[in-house]
Structures are given as structure tokens and as C-alpha cells.
Ligand binder design. Structure first.
Ligand code: ATP
Ligand code: MG
Length: 494
């Protein structure tokens, strides 16, 4: 992170004294320099503003009565134009009430002119002001750093979980020989993260090659990975390089690694450990410098413990495990992601959608996102593609009505070594299915509950008119009274 260096350069603080009493400024400057600070002096507001824009000043010691000028207006200008600079007002003893007023206008503190300038209190005040200015600067650099991450890599995320993950990914990217295992539910952004690691690695100029291990039968996957020699089998009329070789000095991304056949897993492990392999039908070892990033939406440890995945390969891959959290566990990211996709699809579809209405946003924020970021992307694309409004409204959002699938965390140890949810929800059993009318009734009740019985809001959530909602509720009330009458009648029967 380049800016960390910049932060360190900020080093010991620089203080600017602004006072028209030059001998006073001079003696204060000397006292500060003796204490190890950089100190500068200026005698007018104009000089003060130009010094701040030329030199990185941390603290301004500003005279409240700057000759004919009013120190308070200078204070306000500094606060407005250079919000990271801390200002300490210098005041005569009798002006303390005015100095207190200055603190309301953003002064960090004040000192009196008569105070002993070499006293501990004086230096403590200056020291604290420098610390506060540095911390504001650090915050800004940190935010810039994050923006740099996200804006260039298009990985959007402000949540604690994503920030931690990105930091870890950045570190692992820097050592191009380490193997990385990325885990997480479907659609959380595993491939995006793999590309980020490649882009940040010293081998970013090299190729990034992705291979989905579940897409090919075993023998085809083997020749895809390792290539074959001419004549290795009947159809091998020419030598073919495998992706291991193609991705030399770059990254080979092995998606859905859990689906790789056990025999091939052994071959992969050998290739990773020895950094060499043989083509199918070959007799010579070929050395490569390919970084492997593997990804899976299964709980690989469980797969390994239950014998469906080689334990030794699991250990080899999980030297640096990265787990991308599901979207429902980082709801702070939904807003920024929504903005990102609105901007993206505005460009792609030539639209000028401004964003989501508050109610639509509420729907996005409360939904569980079984398909994670990919699902959010699809929902936004569909909403923007079909609608003509410049604001996305609740009824534009087509969300999966029933959350199916079992979270892996809840089902560990059972056959479900799969992470939560999936694009392909499990088939379910007949008993899980209810009639459409019943599903509709449940959803209406849920929407009412979510909106604290506010019918307008509930109707918006459901994407129906308030009138339709009222008609439905009347029907339910009628059904209820009919059925209670029927049961009352039933009880009356002998
Ligand atoms: N943090 C993010 N910021 C912006 N876009 C994202 C983010 N995470 C995911 N996406 C987008 O969501 C979609 C799915 O991401 P990706 O393919 O990386 O997920 P995945 O975890 O590999 O999914 P699968 O398990 O189904 O292969 C992509 O279009 C990707 O660009
Ligand atoms: Mg993927």
C-alpha cells in the first residue's frame, strides 16, 4: 500500500504561528524548534493561507486579534479550506470568552499569550492538536486507499468483513508462489477476488487462466490441465499445451475444485509441490511457475474429512484460505453495490436511472440474497432493463419469494457440505410445497409484519396496489369468519 509510506513521511508535526507581533512569533518559533517541531511564522492572514497551501501544516497557532483582521474569520477560512489542519487560538487573558466562542467555530483549543510557553500544558496542547490533525489525514489517506481498491478493481464493499478480506488478499497477492483457496457461497465474488489477487501480484503481466473443474469429464479435464503429447491417444494428432503451462508466470484459477476427480487431485498436488508435471503421454518433466488459486462453494474440510477430497491437497491449498462472506452477513454492502450496478447498467443500457426509491431500497436491505451479489446484479439489471421510470420502485424488483436451501453452517456433518443457498435450490419435498394461494397469503402477512401493519408500505413491498391489498385482506377476514362459523356449527352438532 503506497500511501502507508506517505503517512510515515508526515512524521513530526509542523506548526505555523500567525501573529502580527513578530517578536512574540519569533520566540514561540524558537521554543517549538527547541522541542523538536518544525515551526514557521507569518504575520497576516494572506501569508498564512499561502503557507498552508504550500507546506503540509499540521497546526496553526492563530492570534485572535491579528492587527486589523479578525482571527475568527481566518479560523473559519482555515477550517473550510483545510479541514485537516488543527487551529489553536492565541488569546489575551481578557478575551477568554471569545476564545471559547472560537471553539464552537472549530478551533481545537486556545492558549493565553501570557501562558508560560515552555510549560508542559502548552506542549501537551500542541502535541494533541498535531495528533488530531494526523489522525484526520490518516483517515483521508485510508479512505483514498480503499477507494483506490474498489474503484479500480470494481470490488465494491465497505463492510468490516470485506475490508479484512481485501487486506488479506492484498498481502497474499504480493507473494506469487503461494497457493490460495477461496471459499464462499455461490455468487459472493470468488472469481472477482481471484482476478484481484492476480492483478495485484508481481505476475500481473502474465496470463490469468480460469478453468471450471466441474465442467469436464475426468480425462478431458486432465488433458485441459496438463496437455498431451502428439500420439498420446488416438485423437492426439498434435501436441497440446495444458493450462498449467499456458498460465506459466501467471495465475491458474481452478473453480469448483471440490468437483475434481480424486486421481486428478493427486496429479495436481504433485504438480503444485514440484512446480513441474508431465503432459499426458509425455516422459519429460515440464517446469512451470504458475500460481494456483482454487475456489469452491463447498465446505472443503468436510469434503476432505468424508473422503470426497484428498486431505493432503486440502492442506496444501488451504495454506492461505480466504472466505468471502455471504451478502446477508454484510448488509452494509448492499447500498454501495446497488449504486455500483445502477451506474454500470446506466452505461451498458444507455439509461439514466437515479437509484432506488426508499421502499425499494428497504426491500433490498431486508432480503436474504441466497444468490448473493450475482443475484443482486441480476435483479438490478432486470429492473433497469424492463422499466422506464428513472427510479427503481419495489414492484420492479423480482426477488425469489421463498428462501430455500439449508445453510452449511447449520448442516455441517450432514451430507450438506455445500455452503448456504445456491443458484439451484434443492428440489425439496412435496410437504414443503403449499398452494399458490397459501403462499400469497403468507407473503401478504409477512409484508404487513415487516411494515408494522402499514398497508401502503406493505403494498409497495409486495408490488401491488393498496386497493388490491385491501381486497385480499377482506377475503381472508371473510374466510376466517366463515370457517369459525363452520366450526362453531360443527361443535354444536351432537
Ligand atoms: N464485491 C463486488 N463488487 C462488485 N461486483 C461484484 C462483487 N462481488 C461479486 N460481484 C459480481 O457478481 C457476479 C458474481 O461474482 P463471481 O462470479 O466472482 O462469484 P463466484 O463466487 O465466483 O460465484 P460462483 O460460486 O457461482 O462461481 C459477477 O458479475 C461479479 O462481477
Ligand atoms: Mg465463480
Amino acid at each position: 500500500m503506497a500511501n502507508v509510506g506517505k503517512l510515515q513521511e508526515l512524521g513530526k508535526g509542523t506548526v505555523l504561528i500567525v501573529d502580527d507581533d513578530k517578536s512574540f512569533s519569533w520566540s514561540l518559533c524558537e521554543a517549538l524548534k527547541d522541542a523538536g517541531y518544525n515551526a514557521l511564522a507569518s504575520s497576516s492572514s494572506r501569508e498564512c493561507m499561502s503557507k498552508i497551501s504550500e507546506t503540509p501544516i499540521d497546526v496553526v497557532l492563530l492570534d485572535l486579534k491579528l492587527g486589523a483582521e479578525d482571527g475568527v474569520s481566518v479560523l473559519k477560512r482555515i477550517r473550510k479550506d483545510f479541514p485537516e489542519v488543527a487551529v489553536i487560538m492565541i488569546t489575551a487573558y481578557g478575551d477568554i470568552p471569545q476564545a471559547v466562542e472560537c471553539m464552537r467555530s472549530g478551533a481545537f483549543n486556545f492558549i493565553t499569550k501570557t501562558a508560560h510557553r515552555e510549560s508542559q500544558t502548552f506542549f501537551a496542547t500542541v502535541g494533541n492538536a498535531i495528533e488530531s490533525s494526523l489522525s484526520r489525514r490518516r483517515d483521508r489517506l485510508h479512505k483514498q486507499e480503499l477507494r483506490r481498491f474498489y474503484d479500480t478493481e470494481e470490488i465494491v464493499g465497505r463492510s468490516e468483513g470485506m475490508l479484512e478480506l481485501m487486506k488479506k488478499a492484498q498481502r497474499v497477492a504480493e507473494s506469487p508462489s503461494s497457493t490460495v483457496l477461496i471459499m464462499g457461497e455461490t455468487g459472493v465474488g470468488k472469481e472477482l477476488l481471484a482476478r484481484f489477487i492476480h492483478d495485484k501480484s508481481p505476475n500481473s503481466e502474465g496470463p490469468f487462466v480460469a478453468l471450471n473443474c466441474s465442467a469436464l469429464p475426468e480425462n478431458l479435464l486432465e488433458s485441459e490441465l496438463f496437455g498431451y503429447e502428439k500420439g498420446a491417444f488416438t485423437d492426439a494428432r498434435m501436441l497440446k499445451k495444458g493450462l498449467f503451462e499456458v498460465a506459466d508466470r501467471g495465475t491458474l484459477f481452478l473453480d469448483e475444485i471440490a468437483d475434481m476427480h480424486l486421481r486428478l487431485q493427486a496429479k495436481l498436488l504433485r504438480a503444485i509441490e514440484s512446480k513441474s508435471f508431465r503432459r499426458v503421454g509425455g516422459t519429460q518433466d515440464i517446469s512451470v511457475n504458475t500460481r494456483i488459486i482454487a475456489a469452491t462453494n463447498k465446505r472443503l474440510r468436510i469434503e476432505a474429512q468424508e473422503g470426497r477430497f484428498r486431505l493432503d491437497l486440502f492442506y496444501r491449498l488451504s495454506v492461505v484460505p480466504l472466505e468471502v462472506p455471504p451478502l446477508r452477513e454484510r448488509r452494509e454492502d448492499i447500498g454501495p453495490l446497488m449504486d455500483h450496478f445502477v451506474a454500470h447498467f446506466n452505461k451498458e443500457l444507455g439509461k439514466s436511472v437515479r437509484g432506488c426509491s426508499p421502499d425499494a431500497m428497504q426491500r433490498l436491505l431486508t432480503y436474504d440474497w441466497p444468490g448473493n451479489v450475482r443475484e443482486l446484479r441480476n435483479v438490478m439489471e432486470r429492473a433497469m432493463l424492463l422499466e422506464t421510470d428513472d427510479l427503481v420502485l419495489p414492484h420492479h424488483l423480482v426477488l425469489e419469494p421463498v428462501r430455500r436451501g439449508v445453510r452449511a453452517q447449520e448442516s455441517e456433518g450432514e451430507e450438506g457440505a455445500q455452503y448456504a443457498s445456491s443458484q439451484a435450490p434443492h428440489e425439496g419435498t412435496e410437504s414443503e410445497v403449499c398452494s399458490l394461494a397459501e403462499a400469497e397469503r403468507r407473503y401478504i402477512l409477512k409484508a404487513l409484519k415487516l411494515s408494522n401493519n402499514n398497508k401502503t408500505k406493505a403494498a409497495q413491498l409486495l408490488g401491488i396496489s393498496r386497493q388490491t391489498l385491501r381486497t385480499k385482506l377482506k377475503e381472508y377476514a371473510k374466510e376466517r369468519s366463515d370457517s369459525s362459523e363452520a366450526s362453531d356449527a360443527g361443535e354444536a352438532e351432537p
